[in-house]
Write a protein of this length. Structure first.
Length: 94
């Protein structure tokens, strides 16, 4: 997808000071489901290169949905403040 065609995704937020990028995830998962959304460092190979866990936009969207359903099933609803204590990694991002 050419860069100029992505500009409309951000047109409605150009005046906002803070933007939650998760608002763009469903559209990205629909438009470019197999593109890499995340590359999370997982350590190093024997030759020193960094090993990554890669997630596509579709996979990330599915994991976010799973986390949302788990939270709701445990009484956490939209707008509630919560405290999460997580190590850096996928859980921290979702």
């Amino acid at each position: 997808m050419p860069m100029h065609s992505r500009a409309h995704w951000f047109a409605d937020v150009s005046e906002e000071r803070f933007v939650n990028v998760s608002r763009f995830l469903p559209e990205a998962a629909s438009r470019v489901p197999h593109h890499r959304a995340l590359a999370i460092p997982q350590g190093r190979e024997a030759d020193g290169t960094i090993r990554y866990q890669n997630l596509t936009f579709r996979e990330l969207s599915e994991k976010v949905d799973q986390a949302m359903h788990w939270l709701r099933s445990h009484g956490v609803n939209q707008g509630m403040l919560t405290m999460n204590m997580l190590r850096p990694g996928l859980g921290w991002i979702i």
